[in-house]
Design a protein around this ligand. Structure first.
Ligand code: ADP
Ligand code: MG
Length: 452
């Protein structure tokens, strides 16, 4: 990248760069920016060391190239033609006005987990093709195989290859956000794919939802490695988590080092947090070791990480002490970015973290930063009860009805009253009445200063 900057002028309009340092405008023509600001190149200039760039608030000006770095986040590919759950008849209604090659992809009704490609034929009828998973790849005819829907669609845009006609025009989904998929290639292209030979796996340290978590070394430095057997449809969800992590850089979030693969496995490599997860930490040390200062410091750390997530307009969805990891130096970091998780994954197998999830999220799937705030309240309760299981003695299945009737957990023994007030505010039934992380952070910071 440095080379690129020196050879000069090679970033074209639209390139995203991220600021490595603060820069103060020296003249009216310059653009002031701060470290980690994201700027978009408007155009190169004759001087290879200077670009015209635009800030996210729209202000434009000149920036020095060596103060910024090209942004290397892994991008999701959008699939505007993907309509999700949809019945056969609906697909036929949606494909309007009828035109040869107009197409969409939906989830298969007859074969859950598979897809259906719906195409308007030369006779103006709609043909439905079953796209099935075969050895973890997608295929229509057991002849051509694809990593995911995007290359599959690209293939049939070029060539009918047995279909009634070649795909011509995508029928975009009208409402809601487009689905995204991430390819392995995207990690390679943006510099996140690491070499398997540089990675050494030592021992299993945890059990994740998709597979084991290992302790290992990457080029000699300690790392944690999450593995997923690729022979599973969860691969997309798993990669989506890694993709999100490429966007997240904060001292209170677990740092992604990269991804790699090992035969049929995908490995996600992160920094290693030697003190493990927060629940185990609290339970094994208990009141005799963990001080009030430790507790409020954990709370502040998590809050800062969550504020960053809130500012990025992301929702964690699985905030709980078991997903907070503790660094050798005692810093708490948010991990396990369940953001990408498909809700179906939660629903089966009872994995849905009922005791941590806000009622509106449980009922209407309405996950927001305010449902994360609810979970944060439960996490505070965990911290101050030294890792107890929330709602002790209430069976999981009864929690929701209790909560809806207004039942809330009591203050943990010897929990400071102002902390309990914060918890209670996080558990307001109306999401709007809960504070957001932006408000929670200074409140907790104030308590922390008083605790020291
Ligand atoms: P899942 O997404 O499957 O829930 P987690 O990321 O929560 O997986 O990891 C499961 C467990 O593995 C954690 O609770 C923790 O004990 C251990 N673990 C995960 N990542 C790390 C890490 N970076 N450093 C140390 N331990 C880790
Ligand atoms: Mg977890």
């Amino acid at each position: 990248m440095t080379q690129q900057q020196q050879s000069g002028g090679s970033w074209s309009a639209g390139t995203e760069v991220i600021a490595l340092y603060n820069f103060e405008a020296n003249s009216a023509d310059d653009l002031t920016f701060r470290r980690r600001d994201i700027l978009v190149i408007v155009r190169p200039t004759r001087d290879p060391n200077w670009y015209r760039a635009k800030r996210s608030d729209g202000k434009e000006g000149m920036i020095p190239a060596n103060y910024v770095q090209e942004r290397m986040e892994v991008k999701l590919n959008t699939m505007p033609w993907f309509h999700g759950k949809m019945k056969r008849e609906e697909a036929e209604e949606v494909l309007q006005p009828r035109k040869q090659g107009l197409f969409l992809v939906r989830e298969s009704n007859n074969y859950p987990g598979d897809y259906t490609l719906c195409v308007v034929s030369p006779e103006n009828t709609v043909e439905h093709y079953h796209i099935q998973y075969e050895n973890n790849e997608l295929t229509l005819d057991n002849e051509a195989f694809f990593e995911n829907l995007i290359p599959l669609v690209e293939h049939y845009l070029k060539d009918a290859d047995g279909l009634c006609c070649k795909l011509e025009t995508p029928m975009p989904k009208q409402s809601g956000a487009f689905e995204g998929v991430v390819n392995w290639r995207a990690f390679e292209e943006s510099g996140w794919a690491l070499q398997r030979k540089d990675l050494k796996l030592d021992e299993v340290i945890g059990q994740g939802e998709f597979g084991e978590v290992w302790k290992g070394k990457y080029r000699g430095s300690p790392v944690a490695v999450k593995s997923l057997k690729e022979t599973s449809r969860a691969a997309q969800t798993f990669l989506r988590e890694a993709q999100l992590m490429t966007e997240l850089q904060h001292p209170n979030l677990v740092h992604l080092m990269g991804v790699t693969n090992d035969k049929d496995k995908i490995l996600i490599i992160t920094e290693f947090l030697s003190k493990g997860n927060l629940v185990d930490y609290l339970r094994t040390r208990g009141r005799s070791v963990i001080t009030k200062v430790d507790q409020i410091t954990f709370a502040c750390d998590v809050c800062r990480g969550m504020l960053y997530i809130e500012e990025k307009k992301l929702v964690h969805r699985d905030l709980a002490a078991r997903n907070i990891l503790i660094h050798e130096n005692g810093t708490a970091k948010v991990s396990d970015f369940g953001l990408a998780r498909h809700v179906e994954l939660f629903q089966d197998g009872g994995k849905f973290p009922i005791k941590w999830t806000a009622p509106e999220a449980l009922e209407s799937n309405n996950f927001t930063n305010k449902s994360d705030v609810w979970s944060f309240g439960v996490l505070l309760w965990e911290i101050y009860s030294f890792g107890r299981n929330p709602y002790p003695r209430i069976p999981q299945t009864d929690v929701v009805s209790h909560v809806k009737k207004g039942y809330r957990m009591e203050s943990p023994e010897s929990c400071p009253p102002d902390i309990f007030t914060i918890m209670s505010n996080c558990w307001k039934i109306e999401p709007q009445q809960r504070p957001d992380f932006q408000r929670l952070c200074p409140m907790l910071e104030r308590i922390r200063r008083q605790t020291v």
